[in-house]
Design a protein around this ligand. Structure first.
Ligand code: BES
Ligand code: MN
Ligand code: MN
Length: 456
């Protein structure tokens, strides 16, 4: 097994250079300006999979960006691992807050800085290199299939129909994903849950045109003031979400689960200082770990309207807008919350304004038990590379396709992520630790082995 470390050490520079090639392409799925770049990234991923030894590599066309496929079937009677990842990235703005340009990767202090470094190109690429090792050294203990998609950051809109149409092609015993974070390299963890999502754009209209704020102000509803009031009313003084029925289906954690969660190594002072805040804030009666892991949340992602240019313009605007999202936990469902939110938001609007509530996208939450063979294999793999038993942790982020994998393909997913919460994903100066990359790759190699052994 020391062969693994040697191989990784000897090839580290090449791995990083290859990853840099990928990171240089702005595969921003949300912005159609980058359509050609995003497609070019898919092709590059396919080439790299092929170079690592994958067979049957292809770009599977969808209504949107293609899904990159590749596999290596050494013996159909052996277990099969299906690796999922994504090659698209979030938009990099605000650009002026980056220390170096987002698509000109730099290595600094043992980290690689670029948009997509951790989410998810860097993490996805560990799988390509783990597979390369196993294939080259003729140590593949099982079959492997890859699906790397290009629309995760925009809600995986076309992946659902892709998996429904390709159930046979995607047949596997476990799905393996590295697109989440761990507590730290000292305290390795395995993600056992993901949040669901319900995302809206709301529009509030007051008068039929922008008005002089002196002539009409105080006599006609200002939709920005009204929208702010409506948003403020969505949480009470305990930061409890006040939409009727919102918590009805929330699976409450047992005292035992909560006391286990309380043992999670977590340094609140470090957390606060990293974020430059003096105090945290959230639902009363729950710890930070609980708030992010097992409690549903509601956030405004953006709000706009009226005059935002230079200087002052005295205006009472006609319209105000906001993007509002809720993160959901088991057993809430996106469908049910979409209905509750829409009805509630329409109901709390005063008669002086009109509101439109438009659902944008959503996804279902996911949680996996830890007494499964799949989890056991992941736990043993981490023990081999980190020398420590991993801690199960529920994530605050969402990967909506995971619930669908279970529903449509009936396959369990292992979320073996090696990012850190401080990697600044979706933020300026996103980065991924080179140690995380190397340890992650090593762990993935072990997982092939531990899983195949347990599955026998
Ligand atoms: N990789 C993230 C999800 C994630 C990050 C899970 C950290 C756990 C820990 C993924 O790329 C992502 O950003 N998902 C979106 C949802 C999607 C529907 C746009 C999210 O969580 O906001
Ligand atoms: Mn991701
Ligand atoms: Mn993301």
């Amino acid at each position: 097994m020391s062969d693994i470390k040697n191989y990784l050490d000897n090839n580290m520079d090449r791995f990083l250079n290859e990853l840099i090639d990928l990171l240089k392409i702005p595969s921003i799925s949300a912005d159609s300006t980058y359509k050609e770049d995003t497609r070019r990234t898919a092709e590059m991923v396919r080439e790299k999979l092929e170079a690592a030894g994958a067979e049957n590599t292809e770009l599977c066309e969808t209504e949107g960006y293609p899904v990159v496929y590749g596999d290596k079937i050494i013996d159909p009677s052996l277990p099969t691992i299906l690796v999922y990842g994504h090659y698209d990235v979030q938009p990099p703005d605000p650009l002026d807050l980056w220390d170096s340009p987002p698509f000109e990767p730099v290595i600094k202090d043992g980290k690689i800085y670029a948009r997509g470094a951790a989410d998810d190109k860097g993490q996805m690429y560990m799988h390509v290199k783990a597979f390369e090792y196993l294939n080259k050294e003729s140590e593949l203990p099982c079959n492997v299939k890859f699906i790397i998609e290009g629309e995760e950051e925009v809600g995986s809109v076309n992946l659902e129909s892709f998996i429904k149409k390709n159930k046979e092609k995607l047949k596997a015993d476990v799905i393996l994903i590295s697109d989440t974070s761990m507590l730290s390299l000292e305290n390795p963890s395995i993600t056992t849950g993901l949040k669901g999502l319900s995302y809206f754009e709301v529009e509030v209209t007051g008068p039929n045109r922008d008005l002089h704020s002196g002539v009409y102000g105080g006599a006609v509803a200002n939709p920005i003031n009204t929208l702010c009031k409506m948003i403020a009313s969505l949480k009470d003084e305990n930061n409890h979400i006040s939409i009727p029925g919102f918590y009805d289906n929330v699976l409450e954690a047992s005292e035992e689960e909560r006391s286990k969660m309380a043992e999670t190594p977590f340094d609140l002072d470090h957390y606060k200082s990293k974020l430059g805040i003096d105090e945290v804030e959230g639902e009363k009666g729950f710890s930070t770990i609980e708030r992010t892991g097992i409690r549903p949340t509601l956030d405004v992602n953006g709000i706009w309207g009226g005059y935002t240019g230079e200087g002052a313009k005295t205006v009472l605007p006609s319209k105000a807008y906001a993007k509002i999202s809720m993160r959901l936990v088991p057993n809430q469902s996106d469908k049910e919350i979409t209905k509750l939110f829409k009805e509630h938001f329409e109901k709390i609007a005063p008669a002086s304004v009109k509101v439109k509530v438009k659902p944008l996208h959503g996804g279902e939450p996911y949680v996996t038990p830890i007494d499964t063979l799949e989890y056991q294999a992941a736990s043993e793999a981490i023990e081999r590379s980190f020398g420590k038993t991993p801690i199960p942790v529920r994530a605050g982020g969402s990967i909506p396709i995971v619930a669908l994998f279970e529903e449509v393909l009936q396959i369990k997913t292992i979320l073996l992520g090696f990012g850190l919460d401080t990697d600044a994903i979706h933020s300026p100066n996103e980065h991924y630790g080179i140690d995380n990359f190397m340890k992650g790759t090593e762990t993935i190699i072990h997982f092939y082995d531990t899983f195949s052994n347990l599955k026998k």
